[in-house]
Design a protein around this ligand. Structure first.
Ligand SMILES: [Zn+2]
Length: 179
């Protein structure tokens, strides 16, 4: 992802990649629902081009707008989602996203918030993060975990040092803290 900064630099301001890079990628999440949406965006991307996912991002964020709402999705909701061409229609991914929402509700109950749970492990090596996610969530392979944690400032590397967002989003601080 290190060349993403260069790739979007000269794109128009309303380009989906430019917008994602300038406003979300490598910026700390606003709250638990925001963290959740960022995680499921990465899950949705697995095996697909980022372009496809970004085009559907708004609708994906709408369908899975909150952890609570997603955790309550039953079979009839899964059927509705599978038939919604505006999102990624993959049953395995949808079931994993619902499973993860239920898991995060448990985490919120125990740790106060999803963010507090993540903070309690920060900083630690990428390998340890990958193991933690593997034993906690579904459909969170190494690439997904890496992209999610980079994108939310728990791992360094979201922006290159020549990018204007490098210092603004504390990526430099992250890089220094992680061994
Ligand atoms: Zn950048």
């Amino acid at each position: 992802m290190s060349s993403y900064c260069e790739a979007v630099r000269n794109l128009p301001l309303d380009n989906l990649h430019r917008q994602h890079h300038d406003t979300e990628h490598g910026f700390k999440a606003k709250n638990d629902d925001d963290l959740f949406r960022r995680l499921i965006l990465e899950i949705n991307q697995a095996g697909l081009s980022f372009d496809i996912v970004l085009k559907k991002k708004e609708q994906i964020y709408k369908e899975f707008s909150s952890i609570k709402k997603t955790a309550r999705y039953a079979n009839k909701d899964i059927n509705r989602l599978i038939n919604n061409p505006s999102i990624i229609r993959n049953k395995l991914k949808i079931r994993a996203i619902i499973f993860n929402a239920i898991k995060i509700l448990e985490i919120q109950d125990k740790y106060g918030s999803f963010k507090s749970w993540l903070d309690s492990y920060y900083p630690q090596s990428k390998e340890n993060w990958i193991n933690l996610f593997k034993k906690t969530f579904k459909f969170t392979g190494p690439e997904i975990v890496n992209e999610f944690l980079m994108g939310t400032c728990y791992l360094p590397g979201a922006h290159t040092s020549s990018c204007k967002f490098y210092t603004q989003n504390s990526a430099k601080k992250v890089a220094q803290k992680v061994i």
